[in-house]
Design a binder for this molecule. Sequence first.
Ligand code: GAF
Length: 377
Amino acid sequence: MQEISIRFSELFGRTPEVVAQAPGRVNLIGEHIDYSDGFVLPFAISDCTVVALARRDDRKIRLASVQKSAEIFEVSLDDLAPMVGESWARYALGVLWVLGIDTGVDLLIDGRVPLGAGLSSSAALECSIAIAVNHLFNKNLSLPELARAAQKAENEYVGVPCGIMDQSVSLMAKAGSALLLDCRDLSSENIPFLIAPQGLELLIIDTQAHHKLVDGGYAERRASCERAVAELGITSLRDISVAQYAARQSELDPVTYIRGFHAVTEMKRVLDSVDALKHNNFARLGELLNASHRSLRDDYTVSCPELNLAVDTALAQGALGARMVGGGFGGSAIALIKADQVKRCEVAISRAFSDAGFKAPRFFTSLPSEGAHVISN
Ligand code: GAF
């Protein structure tokens, strides 16, 4: 029996009916454009959130997390409403609320995606529950439908205005590939991302920085993109080329213009990256990662000193490319680097952080892994 099933039995005095897991993610490129209908290119990491679930014959929801020891949070199905629950529990309850279940459940979560590292531990939690509930309650929802449900839970139940990228990749990713996702209709293509045979690794640097701006800053950037769309009278930033956008600069205020400029240039960088990957041109991919970072740092202004130092140090150590990933203002950066340079790079980044008086960073590497699935039932 799996470890989580044993813990579930100890806690709830019965065996789970289903165990499922969903991974966190790293976004290779295509940052802050999922909410502008863009193409993005994330992949799933090997760290997952695992959930064990069993139905009850009443309307109680009992929820516990391995990371919060045996503390059981209890709520009635009839009392589910936005913001009900402890902060972490809201992500789980939100999914139950959106999917609509007709009996209570016992639910145990084992979250193994590093928290606060910008690797989408929240999407992993939501999607592990979405896939388990879909299976146990015979919902027959497709992966894109489950992604939309998980996003809705985060938007409306938890109150975070995230886009659709993290939930989609957590559900739809394939091992060995990055997911080229069209955020407009959630169609996707698996783009092989096999860097090991090239002697390369993708180093993930968790800066351990969490700047307060994160909540307001994300919503504010999103609002700027929406303003650009409204003022230019277009359907989305997806529907305008870089040249067309630049030609209309005078119609927008400077801040709105520069935010939208990040979005339209990032959309092009994603498609150029796919082309680079299809031609095994990792030097070109590295240049595009660097350009993405500069755009996020200078135009979209969602980077921070820790992320910039991680990126600059990785490049000084010979990385082909490096950039911040995720929402920004902290969290992780990635560096595409020769495998035999990884250790030296880690040492240099740790030293640079210590010299700058920053908290010690953490390092991970991960191959592109499989999306959410039921492990046992
Ligand atoms: C966060 C959000 F949740 C995503 O939807 C996406 O916008 C990302 O930031 C930035 O690309 O992870």
